[in-house]
Design a protein around this ligand. Structure first.
Ligand code: FE2
Length: 236
Protein backbone atom coordinates (compact mmCIF):
# COMPACT_ATOMS: atom_id res chain seq x y z
CA UNK A 1 0.00 0.00 0.00
CA UNK A 2 1.39 3.38 -1.03
CA UNK A 3 0.13 6.78 0.07
CA UNK A 4 0.45 9.76 -2.27
CA UNK A 5 -0.47 13.31 -1.27
CA UNK A 6 -2.78 14.61 -3.97
CA UNK A 7 -5.14 17.36 -2.81
CA UNK A 8 -5.48 19.99 -0.10
CA UNK A 9 -8.56 19.98 2.14
CA UNK A 10 -9.91 22.96 0.15
CA UNK A 11 -9.42 21.12 -3.13
CA UNK A 12 -11.23 18.07 -1.70
CA UNK A 13 -14.13 20.33 -0.76
CA UNK A 14 -14.25 21.80 -4.28
CA UNK A 15 -14.29 18.34 -5.82
CA UNK A 16 -17.02 17.21 -3.43
CA UNK A 17 -19.15 20.20 -4.43
CA UNK A 18 -18.70 19.27 -8.10
CA UNK A 19 -19.85 15.70 -7.39
CA UNK A 20 -22.89 17.00 -5.49
CA UNK A 21 -23.82 19.30 -8.37
CA UNK A 22 -23.95 16.28 -10.65
CA UNK A 23 -26.41 14.40 -8.42
CA UNK A 24 -28.83 13.87 -11.33
CA UNK A 25 -26.14 11.65 -12.89
CA UNK A 26 -25.61 9.46 -9.81
CA UNK A 27 -26.60 5.83 -10.17
CA UNK A 28 -28.16 4.25 -7.08
CA UNK A 29 -27.28 0.79 -5.75
CA UNK A 30 -28.43 -1.44 -2.93
CA UNK A 31 -31.05 -4.07 -2.37
CA UNK A 32 -33.88 -1.64 -1.57
CA UNK A 33 -34.39 0.73 -4.53
CA UNK A 34 -36.59 3.03 -2.42
CA UNK A 35 -33.84 3.50 0.15
CA UNK A 36 -30.52 3.49 -1.62
CA UNK A 37 -27.50 4.24 0.51
CA UNK A 38 -24.80 3.93 -2.08
CA UNK A 39 -24.31 5.68 -5.41
CA UNK A 40 -21.79 5.81 -8.19
CA UNK A 41 -20.90 8.63 -10.55
CA UNK A 42 -19.18 7.17 -13.60
CA UNK A 43 -19.30 3.59 -14.82
CA UNK A 44 -17.46 0.96 -12.76
CA UNK A 45 -16.48 -2.16 -14.70
CA UNK A 46 -17.83 -4.40 -11.94
CA UNK A 47 -21.32 -2.86 -12.02
CA UNK A 48 -22.78 -4.32 -15.20
CA UNK A 49 -22.37 -6.83 -18.01
CA UNK A 50 -19.58 -6.03 -20.42
CA UNK A 51 -21.83 -4.98 -23.30
CA UNK A 52 -23.64 -2.50 -21.12
CA UNK A 53 -20.33 -1.16 -19.77
CA UNK A 54 -19.09 -0.44 -23.28
CA UNK A 55 -22.40 1.23 -24.13
CA UNK A 56 -22.37 3.42 -21.03
CA UNK A 57 -18.77 4.67 -21.16
CA UNK A 58 -19.15 6.96 -24.23
CA UNK A 59 -21.93 8.80 -22.36
CA UNK A 60 -20.13 8.97 -19.05
CA UNK A 61 -16.57 9.81 -20.09
CA UNK A 62 -17.32 13.28 -21.53
CA UNK A 63 -19.10 14.22 -18.29
CA UNK A 64 -16.18 13.06 -16.13
CA UNK A 65 -13.73 14.76 -18.48
CA UNK A 66 -15.67 18.03 -18.47
CA UNK A 67 -15.91 18.31 -14.68
CA UNK A 68 -12.95 16.40 -13.30
CA UNK A 69 -10.14 17.05 -15.72
CA UNK A 70 -8.08 18.75 -13.00
CA UNK A 71 -8.63 15.87 -10.58
CA UNK A 72 -7.81 13.10 -13.06
CA UNK A 73 -4.79 15.02 -14.31
CA UNK A 74 -3.46 15.37 -10.79
CA UNK A 75 -3.97 11.67 -10.02
CA UNK A 76 -2.42 10.56 -13.32
CA UNK A 77 0.63 12.75 -12.68
CA UNK A 78 1.23 11.41 -9.16
CA UNK A 79 0.74 7.76 -10.08
CA UNK A 80 2.89 8.28 -13.14
CA UNK A 81 5.80 9.52 -11.02
CA UNK A 82 5.25 6.60 -8.61
CA UNK A 83 5.38 4.05 -11.48
CA UNK A 84 7.97 6.09 -13.43
CA UNK A 85 5.83 5.52 -16.53
CA UNK A 86 3.20 7.70 -18.26
CA UNK A 87 -0.41 7.21 -17.13
CA UNK A 88 -3.28 7.88 -19.56
CA UNK A 89 -7.01 7.35 -19.79
CA UNK A 90 -8.54 5.49 -22.73
CA UNK A 91 -11.91 6.16 -24.33
CA UNK A 92 -12.40 2.41 -24.68
CA UNK A 93 -12.73 2.15 -20.90
CA UNK A 94 -14.63 4.22 -18.33
CA UNK A 95 -12.66 7.02 -16.71
CA UNK A 96 -12.17 6.81 -12.92
CA UNK A 97 -15.36 7.66 -11.04
CA UNK A 98 -16.85 8.07 -7.60
CA UNK A 99 -18.30 5.98 -4.78
CA UNK A 100 -20.80 8.00 -2.78
CA UNK A 101 -22.22 6.64 0.49
CA UNK A 102 -24.99 8.72 2.01
CA UNK A 103 -25.94 6.39 4.88
CA UNK A 104 -23.98 4.53 7.56
CA UNK A 105 -22.61 1.18 6.51
CA UNK A 106 -22.31 -0.95 9.66
CA UNK A 107 -21.26 -4.11 7.77
CA UNK A 108 -18.66 -2.73 5.39
CA UNK A 109 -18.25 -3.99 1.82
CA UNK A 110 -17.51 -7.47 0.55
CA UNK A 111 -14.08 -9.04 1.05
CA UNK A 112 -12.68 -9.22 -2.46
CA UNK A 113 -9.82 -8.85 -4.93
CA UNK A 114 -10.08 -6.27 -7.72
CA UNK A 115 -9.94 -8.94 -10.42
CA UNK A 116 -11.51 -6.38 -12.72
CA UNK A 117 -7.97 -5.69 -13.94
CA UNK A 118 -7.81 -9.35 -15.14
CA UNK A 119 -11.08 -8.87 -17.03
CA UNK A 120 -9.66 -5.87 -18.87
CA UNK A 121 -6.43 -7.74 -19.65
CA UNK A 122 -8.51 -10.67 -21.01
CA UNK A 123 -10.72 -8.39 -23.10
CA UNK A 124 -7.88 -6.45 -24.71
CA UNK A 125 -5.12 -9.06 -25.06
CA UNK A 126 -3.56 -7.32 -28.09
CA UNK A 127 -3.00 -4.02 -26.34
CA UNK A 128 -2.97 -4.71 -22.60
CA UNK A 129 -0.32 -6.66 -20.78
CA UNK A 130 -0.90 -8.72 -17.64
CA UNK A 131 -1.03 -9.83 -14.96
CA UNK A 132 -0.16 -6.82 -12.80
CA UNK A 133 -2.85 -4.25 -12.04
CA UNK A 134 -3.25 -1.50 -9.50
CA UNK A 135 -6.23 0.04 -7.71
CA UNK A 136 -6.55 3.37 -6.01
CA UNK A 137 -8.90 5.35 -3.80
CA UNK A 138 -8.79 9.07 -3.15
CA UNK A 139 -11.12 10.24 -0.33
CA UNK A 140 -12.77 13.60 -1.03
CA UNK A 141 -15.28 13.71 1.83
CA UNK A 142 -15.33 11.57 4.98
CA UNK A 143 -17.57 11.22 8.01
CA UNK A 144 -16.13 12.75 11.15
CA UNK A 145 -16.26 9.29 12.79
CA UNK A 146 -13.81 8.05 10.16
CA UNK A 147 -13.76 5.61 7.25
CA UNK A 148 -11.12 3.40 5.75
CA UNK A 149 -10.04 0.23 4.06
CA UNK A 150 -9.51 -3.25 5.51
CA UNK A 151 -6.46 -4.78 3.88
CA UNK A 152 -5.10 -8.33 4.12
CA UNK A 153 -1.53 -9.01 3.11
CA UNK A 154 -2.67 -11.96 0.96
CA UNK A 155 -2.89 -12.06 -2.79
CA UNK A 156 -5.01 -13.88 -5.36
CA UNK A 157 -5.17 -16.87 -5.46
CA UNK A 158 -5.43 -17.62 -1.75
CA UNK A 159 -3.49 -20.69 -0.69
CA UNK A 160 -6.17 -21.93 1.70
CA UNK A 161 -8.85 -24.58 1.40
CA UNK A 162 -12.10 -22.94 0.37
CA UNK A 163 -15.56 -24.37 0.95
CA UNK A 164 -17.02 -25.69 -2.32
CA UNK A 165 -19.61 -22.93 -2.30
CA UNK A 166 -16.94 -20.25 -2.71
CA UNK A 167 -15.19 -19.28 -5.93
CA UNK A 168 -11.43 -18.74 -5.60
CA UNK A 169 -12.11 -15.36 -7.21
CA UNK A 170 -14.30 -14.30 -4.28
CA UNK A 171 -16.04 -12.40 -2.86
CA UNK A 172 -15.63 -14.08 0.52
CA UNK A 173 -17.58 -14.03 3.79
CA UNK A 174 -15.74 -11.80 6.23
CA UNK A 175 -15.97 -14.31 9.10
CA UNK A 176 -14.44 -17.07 7.01
CA UNK A 177 -11.52 -14.87 5.94
CA UNK A 178 -10.87 -13.64 9.47
CA UNK A 179 -10.84 -17.23 10.75
CA UNK A 180 -8.54 -18.42 7.96
CA UNK A 181 -6.21 -15.44 7.54
CA UNK A 182 -6.65 -13.35 10.66
CA UNK A 183 -7.80 -9.78 11.05
CA UNK A 184 -7.04 -7.25 8.34
CA UNK A 185 -4.94 -4.14 8.76
CA UNK A 186 -7.31 -1.20 9.06
CA UNK A 187 -6.12 1.74 6.98
CA UNK A 188 -7.89 4.91 8.12
CA UNK A 189 -8.51 7.30 5.25
CA UNK A 190 -7.35 10.88 5.19
CA UNK A 191 -8.78 13.47 2.84
CA UNK A 192 -6.76 14.18 -0.27
CA UNK A 193 -4.41 11.17 -0.12
CA UNK A 194 -4.25 8.52 -2.81
CA UNK A 195 -4.27 4.97 -1.42
CA UNK A 196 -2.59 2.92 -4.09
CA UNK A 197 -2.15 -0.85 -4.08
CA UNK A 198 -1.81 -3.97 -6.24
CA UNK A 199 -5.31 -5.02 -7.28
CA UNK A 200 -4.68 -8.66 -6.36
CA UNK A 201 -4.46 -7.99 -2.62
CA UNK A 202 -7.51 -8.95 -0.57
CA UNK A 203 -9.43 -5.93 0.74
CA UNK A 204 -12.76 -4.58 1.88
CA UNK A 205 -14.43 -1.20 2.33
CA UNK A 206 -14.27 -1.02 6.13
CA UNK A 207 -17.53 -0.51 8.03
CA UNK A 208 -18.55 3.14 8.40
CA UNK A 209 -21.08 2.79 11.22
CA UNK A 210 -21.55 6.51 11.83
CA UNK A 211 -22.55 8.91 9.07
CA UNK A 212 -24.31 11.99 10.37
CA UNK A 213 -26.95 13.79 8.31
CA UNK A 214 -25.22 15.86 5.65
CA UNK A 215 -22.04 13.76 5.76
CA UNK A 216 -20.82 11.73 2.82
CA UNK A 217 -18.27 9.01 2.36
CA UNK A 218 -17.06 10.11 -1.05
CA UNK A 219 -14.05 8.67 -2.85
CA UNK A 220 -12.56 8.77 -6.32
CA UNK A 221 -11.95 5.18 -7.46
CA UNK A 222 -9.89 3.70 -10.25
CA UNK A 223 -7.65 0.92 -11.50
CA UNK A 224 -4.62 0.70 -13.75
CA UNK A 225 -3.45 -1.85 -16.28
CA UNK A 226 -0.33 -1.65 -18.43
CA UNK A 227 -0.56 -1.18 -22.18
CA UNK A 228 1.78 -3.07 -24.46
CA UNK A 229 2.91 0.36 -25.72
CA UNK A 230 4.46 0.88 -22.28
CA UNK A 231 2.13 3.35 -20.53
CA UNK A 232 -0.41 2.62 -17.78
CA UNK A 233 -4.13 2.98 -18.51
CA UNK A 234 -6.23 4.45 -15.74
CA UNK A 235 -9.88 3.36 -15.79
CA UNK A 236 -12.81 2.32 -13.67
FE1 FE2 B 1 -11.95 -3.26 -4.39
Amino acid sequence: MKFLDALTIDQCFEQKELVLKLQSHWESHGSDPDHPYFYTLGVPFYSRPLESYFKATPRSNPLIHQHFNFLLGKVAKLISSELRTPVKVSNQLAFPGFHIYTKPMPQGGTVHFDLVTNSVIENFPEVIEGPLGYSFTLPLSLPEAGAGLNFWNYKYPLEIKLPETLSPKGPFPEDFIKLSLGNPEYIPYQLGKIYFFESHFLHQVAPSPILNPGEFRLTLQGHLVKSKAGYWVMFW
